[in-house]
Design a protein around this ligand. Structure first.
Ligand SMILES: C[S@@+](CC[C@H](N)C(=O)[O-])C[C@H]1O[C@@H](n2cnc3c(N)ncnc32)[C@H](O)[C@@H]1O
Length: 280
């Protein structure tokens, strides 16, 4: 979530409608084709400290050893490119995205991955086709997040992994953010209505409204566990200094995560709560 300074308590950049309104009005899906050049210049090829210092190394670390990797919502391809070049063993990396201009930027930059135009909600792959799947800052923009989660789980092979990176829903959700209350002369972090699932618009750069859906962490973990995956790692990186150059309270902002990365694995054998590996 982006933040603004205020003279009365309020969070930075929160453009969500009131809760009762939010429940009934779903904003239109974001046209990522119209944002393709903005995304490329603002976030890619070293422009964004968070991608450079945290997101790209984290994703590569958790997919090390994978040989056939699917990048869902690849955008202009920086995650795909990193995986195609940085992993010790050469990997086949396939990036999918429904937006043609995003993919055109990805193809233009080359770097090894191949790209296919597809929504994450309907992946053109057979069951268990990949030993690595990554979905980085995409699921919050999906029309049907439940369906996308089910599709991603479906294509993870036994022994394979899924790395899901989201804006941290506990402290970056609607109504949450850094508050500079100049009346009470205090700065603090406000937490919005965490358990309430909402869909709203957020202006993440001046004149760039993007639709985000919010769900609690259980809304990601439980559907994937129900689809047979096991959560094996959860990362909440400290925001890098380089990202907080305008911070009014560095200590406070460094204590609140911006990202949450979850690694799930599909066991080679079916797990049974009573201890029988075959579940008989
Ligand atoms: C915030 S960008 C992230 C791009 C890329 N994953 C990265 O981290 O650089 C969100 C991406 O999600 C894509 N997207 C939106 N709806 C999608 C859907 N239903 N299925 C797959 N990708 C989608 C957009 O086209 C856009 O490229």
């Amino acid at each position: 979530m982006m933040c603004v300074m205020v003279s009365e308590p309020s969070t930075r950049g929160d453009t969500s409608p009131p809760e009762d309104e939010a429940a009934s009005v779903k904003p239109p899906a974001t046209d990522w084709d119209s944002l393709a050049e903005w995304w490329l210049t603002t976030f890619s090829n070293g422009a964004d400290a968070e991608y450079e210092l945290q997101i790209l190394p984290l994703v590569a670390e958790h997919l090390t050893g994978c040989r056939t990797i699917l990048d869902v919502g690849a955008g202009e391809g920086q995650v795909s490119r990193r995986l195609a070049t940085a992993l010790p063993a050469p990997a086949l990396v396939v990036g999918v995205d429904p937006f043609a201009r995003q993919l055109a930027n990805a193809v233009r930059q080359g770097g090894g991955p191949v790209y296919v135009q597809s929504r994450g909600e309907r992946l053109p792959l057979r069951d268990g086709a990949c030993d690595g799947v990554v979905c980085c800052l995409v699921i919050e923009h999906a029309d049907e997040p439940e369906r996308m989660l089910a599709e991603m789980a479906r294509v993870v092979a036994p022994g394979g992994r899924l790395v899901l990176v989201v804006n941290h829903p506990v402290v970056q959700g609607p109504g949450s953010g850094f508050v500079d209350d100049r009346i009470l002369d205090e700065m603090y972090w406000r937490i919005g209505p965490y358990l309430t699932e909402t869909v709203g618009l957020e202006e993440i750069d001046p004149g760039i409204p993007v639709r985000f859906s919010h769900r609690p962490l259980s809304g990601y973990v439980n559907p994937l566990c129900s689809a047979g995956l096991v959560l094996t790692r959860l990362e909440e990186p400290t925001p890098p200094f380089e990202f907080l150059t305008d911070s009014l309270d560095l200590e406070l902002e460094r204590s609140m995560p911006r990202l949450c990365a979850m690694r799930f694995e599909r066991p080679r054998e079916r797990l049974d709560p009573l201890g029988d590996p075959e579940g008989a």
